[in-house]
Design a protein around this ligand. Structure first.
Ligand code: SAH
Length: 254
């Protein structure tokens, strides 16, 4: 049997964490480069990782408005959603209790603590030694990515199910990448239908002299997420569609 990946990141190879740490400490950072054989080189503006509620896309604002009870922010990065949610809580706009943020990046976790987030744990979502039960689990900025590959999606959904309270919910966003494979008539390219699932991407990130390892990142279209969720005993409801083939979904126990 394949060994489960329940690792955290090696600091020396943690490009995004280094960028987040630097931005948190200095208020500015260099270029966070995203490389993939499938796309041209891209960049994640590091300040975007520190976005405030006002700067968040509507799907993320919607997700925060639906949060309730004890909340787990998975792959929290700089902690932007936990911070925004804590603000909304103080303003009495959401009915949330305790907030927990997790990430596999120790550097990002340190940056979250430095911003005053109290309950931060550097742990892999898939690590079975971690976890309580939560009323809301946030998986934002392509939450299905954490599964890595389509054949790992069921494992991730089962893990999420384990972490959900009765009546709990997972708020997760992703995108349908099929638009990348459409020809001028809007028909799908046959090559896409023959290979692996079209939402499977391999990325590598680089920041200054820190070069990350390749990692798998899954974009699951809504239909695929729903099919897998249903097979894991979860309902999957489409909450809202975004402006660029993206969507927010809510998973609850059946
Ligand atoms: N949610 C944040 C960050 C998104 S980037 C935002 O919207 O800005 C994805 C984050 O998930 C990274 O910080 C990465 O370190 C973390 N991550 C990736 N795999 C993970 C896993 N298995 N468990 C926990 N965190 C993970």
């Amino acid at each position: 049997m394949e060994k489960k990946n329940i690792q955290t990141l090696d600091k020396a190879k943690d490009a995004m964490g280094t960028a987040i740490a630097e931005y948190q400490q200095k208020g500015k950072a260099g270029k966070l480069r995203v490389l993939s054989e499938m796309f041209d080189e891209d960049e994640i503006p590091v300040d975007y990782l520190f976005r405030t509620y006002e700067k968040m896309p509507d799907l993320e604002k919607k997700a925060l408005s639906l949060a309730k009870g004890n909340v787990l922010d998975v792959g929290a990065g700089s902690g932007c959603h936990t911070i925004a949610l804590n603000e909304l809580k103080k303003q009495g706009k959401v009915n949330v209790d305790h907030l927990t943020a997790i990430d596999i990046s120790e550097l990002s976790c340190d940056a979250m603590r430095a911003q005053g987030i109290e309950d931060v744990r550097c742990v892999n979502l898939m690590n079975p030694t971690f976890g309580d039960k939560y009323d809301t689990i946030l998986m934002l900025m392509n939450g299905t990515g954490i599964a890595g590959k389509l054949d790992k999606l069921a494992e991730m959904l089962n893990r999420l199910r384990e972490l959900m309270n009765e009546g709990g919910q997972v708020l997760i966003d992703s995108s349908d990448l099929s638009y990348l494979y459409e020809d001028e008539d809007g028909d799908l390219d046959m090559e896409m239908l023959e290979g692996d699932y079209y939402g499977e991407v391999t990325y590598r990130m680089c920041y200054k002299n820190v070069k990350g390892d390749d990692f798998d990142w899954l974009y699951a279209d809504f239909g695929t997420l729903k099919t897998f969720a249903n097979n894991c005993g979860l309902n999957c409801e489409l909450i809202q569609e975004g402006e660029h083939y993206d969507y927010l979904a809510k998973l609850t126990k059946q």
